[in-house]
Design a protein around this ligand. Sequence first.
Ligand code: CMP
Length: 225
Amino acid sequence: MPVKYLETTSCFKHLASAELKRLFSIAKTVRVPANTIIFSKDEAGETFFVVNSGRVKIFTTTATDRTKTLAYLGPGDFFGEMALLGGKVRSASARAEEDSELLVITKANFNRLIKKDGEFTLQLLHTLSERLRKADEEIEALLFHNMLGRLAGAILKLCGEVPPGCEPPGIEMSIQELADYIGTTREPLSRALAMLKRAGMLDYKDRKISIKDIARLRAIAPQHQ
Ligand code: CMP
């Protein structure tokens, strides 16, 4: 019963169940196998997506084939709104990292939701300003912070909010995936990982990063992260 997923989506959780069912009646659910490109940067975009289950990577690639991961999205997150809000073409590419289920909403229905549902629009703006704030922080980190700080900031971002006294979750990622996320290459990243490991702040083994000293990681990460 897909409605239950939408109830936890920030954009939709204010909607009563009957309204959610109506939303579902205007939307389509698609299953996307792992490693499928959902759309590519610069393609014309006519649809808005909500992640019901799975994991989607948003990334951009340069002419020289360098990749920068912009975000990993999970259940309840949405994407594809920028092309509909005046951008026309996709600002980045989207790929399913795991088998995923997506809710697809057409441009006409997305516009209808924006006009008719103030709460939906407010939530959308809230998420967009959060993404802009993170992008600003990342620009600052790229320009002014060294690799150790950027790595510490990226690891903290990837493990999300850690309540006081709780163990930070482990992060599973290859060196290449982490390099794409930070916006660097494997060599400087491997050196920075080894330094943080030697300093006792984290451990890295078999694609798994475990945080050993979150306070010190926070101290060397760029501010706000
Ligand atoms: P659109 O441009 O239609 O297609 C690519 C989508 O990726 C874009 O809409 C946003 O939904 C999403 N996106 C782009 N940049 C970011 C970012 N920095 N963080 C999270 N999502 C993003």
